[in-house]
Design a protein around this ligand. Structure first.
Ligand SMILES: *[C@@H]1O[C@H](CO)[C@@H](O)[C@H](O)[C@H]1NC(C)=O
Ligand SMILES: *[C@@H]1O[C@H](CO)[C@@H](O)[C@H](O)[C@H]1NC(C)=O
Ligand SMILES: *[C@@H]1O[C@H](CO)[C@@H](O)[C@H](O)[C@H]1NC(C)=O
Ligand SMILES: *[C@@H]1O[C@H](CO)[C@@H](O)[C@H](O)[C@H]1NC(C)=O
Ligand SMILES: *[C@@H]1O[C@H](CO)[C@@H](O)[C@H](O)[C@H]1NC(C)=O
Ligand SMILES: *[C@@H]1O[C@H](CO)[C@@H](O)[C@H](O)[C@H]1NC(C)=O
Length: 400
């Protein structure tokens, strides 16, 4: 039986995709959905669900060494440009929010959940945010997930909703002074449980810089007082972007990579020190020629930022993993070898990194700890496949 399972496991190598979502639970880096065609048409949508087993070493350049497990048989919903966060009593449930589906998709709900223990999907009927896509969900506190704005009709929706993954109920935030509508941004929950919103754009002229969110003024949502503030970020300002990735390290660096602006994929790395709220350029010691990606995901596993899938500049979709060693504050290095049990040097751990506020077992390992705090952020592209008729019409006039 075990032998048979192994044969099935080894035979699965995912092909290129983008606009998927990804979450880390224990030693499993899950990937769900997205689109296998660069034009983002309904035909390219996939409901594939699989995970990368990060309990074992692997080499990114040797596809046979990578343990992928195909869970597509669980028959999840067909969705592109959705976002996923983890929740539930044991933090073992994947909640998938928003996104677009083909018109004939049944069981289309704003939230679907995949119970990783039971390996079972279910659809959640609840009264919450209306249809929207290109959100970046942010988990905070005990089983709560924030959903802000997104690409929707009308294009001005800038509401913030809080989903309770224990009761499966929604609350609309009554915060005033919400920042403007946006999509294709990244949300990061800081250790004090404030949520930082980075980048993205609003639904106006694609080629106009003012459609893009400024990178030097970032909205921060306080999940305790339910108030918005704007953080002014010092240092050099990263170029505007959507559909990029962001992770948080234990020493509170937010690391953003790639994305696209005006349809052009980017390959730059920027570091936001959230202790002093300052940007700096990420110095990559061994940059990879031509590595620009849009609509990829990035997740911190140990000291490695695992960048998965996405669109290259030539429009072909990546089936690869790229791995950046982010253990050093001042220099970054692409590596091929994933080694288990590699931890951040002591001097990069900030002692009051609050684990106590999080509803996770005290005896869980570093990886779970990171899974909760440092969740991949999901960034997505612009679309021709929205279900809302008006939006669909308007979108036709947008180029990618
Ligand atoms: C796996 O890697 C080999 C060698 O680089 C390559 O020939 C093959 O096409 C790859 N398979 C897939 C499915 O990507
Ligand atoms: C993954 O699983 C699905 C559902 O069982 C199957 O249809 C598909 O062929 C599998 N993919 C690969 C590459 O084995
Ligand atoms: C999908 O919808 C049908 C009809 O409403 C329902 O019978 C079925 O149980 C649903 N499937 C799931 C997995 O919820
Ligand atoms: C929603 O609001 C009610 C009443 O203020 C509160 O009891 C409940 O915990 C809130 N739920 C969430 C998910 O924030
Ligand atoms: C628009 O933004 C890009 C990237 O940030 C910048 O290089 C360019 O100079 C800006 N153009 C204008 C007209 O401000
Ligand atoms: C597109 O670019 C990627 C990354 O540089 C490269 O690996 C791939 O072969 C290119 N595809 C085509 C069709 O040129």
């Amino acid at each position: 039986m075990a032998g048979k399972t192994n044969i099935l496991i080894l035979s699965f190598i995912p092909n290129g995709r983008w606009a998927h979502s990804s979450v880390l639970i224990d030693n499993k880096l899950y990937f769900k959905g997205g689109n296998k065609l660069s034009d983002n048409s309904n035909e390219g949508l996939t409901n594939e669900l699989f995970y990368l087993d990060v309990s074992k070493p692997f080499t990114t350049t040797d596809n046979v060494s990578i343990t992928w497990i195909n869970l597509t048989y669980t028959d999840g919903p067909l969705k592109g440009e959705a976002t996923s966060c983890i929740g539930g009593k044991n933090n073992d449930i994947i909640f998938e929010f928003g996104g677009y589906s083909p018109p004939n998709q049944t069981n289309q709900t704003f939230v679907n959940q995949f119970d990783t223990s039971k390996q079972q999907w279910s659809y959640i009927e609840s009264v919450g945010p209306g249809y929207r896509q290109d959100i970046s969900c942010a988990k905070f506190s005990s089983g709560l997930i924030a959903i802000f704005s997104g690409l929707s009709d009308p294009y001005t929706i800038n509401d913030l909703w809080i989903f309770n993954t224990l009761t499966l109920s929604w609350n609309l935030s009554n915060a005033v002074n919400s920042p403007p509508q946006r999509f294709g941004y990244c949300a990061i929950t800081l250790p004090n449980e404030n949520i930082l919103y980075i980048g993205g754009r609003k639904f106006t002229d694609f080629y106009d810089n003012s459609s893009y969110m400024p990178m030097n003024i970032l909205p921060l949502y306080n999940t305790k007082s339910h108030m918005w503030t704007n953080m002014n970020i010092s240092g050099p300002i990263p170029p505007i972007r959507t559909l990029f990735s962001a992770i948080l390290t234990p020493d509170r660096r937010v690391i953003i990579f790639g994305g696209c602006a005006k349809g052009v994929p980017l390959g730059d790395l920027w570091i936001l020190d959230t202790v002093v709220f300052q940007w700096s350029i990420g110095r990559i010691l061994n940059s990879i020629e031509g590595l620009v990606l849009c609509g990829h995901t990035a997740t911190l596993v140990e000291i490695y930022m695992i960048v998965a899938f996405g669109s290259f500049v030539n429009g072909s979709l990546s089936s690869k993993l790229f791995m950046l060693d982010v253990s050093q504050k001042d220099s970054y290095r692409w590596v091929n070898e994933f080694t288990t049990n590699v931890t951040f040097p002591n001097n990069t751990i900030i002692s009051d990194f609050k684990i106590s506020n999080l509803s996770i077992g005290a005896i869980t390992g570093c990886v779970i700890f990171l899974a909760i705090l440092i969740i991949a952020v999901f960034c997505y592209r612009t679309y021709k496949n929205l279900r809302h008729k008006q939006l669909q019409e308007a979108i036709k006039n947008m180029s990618i």
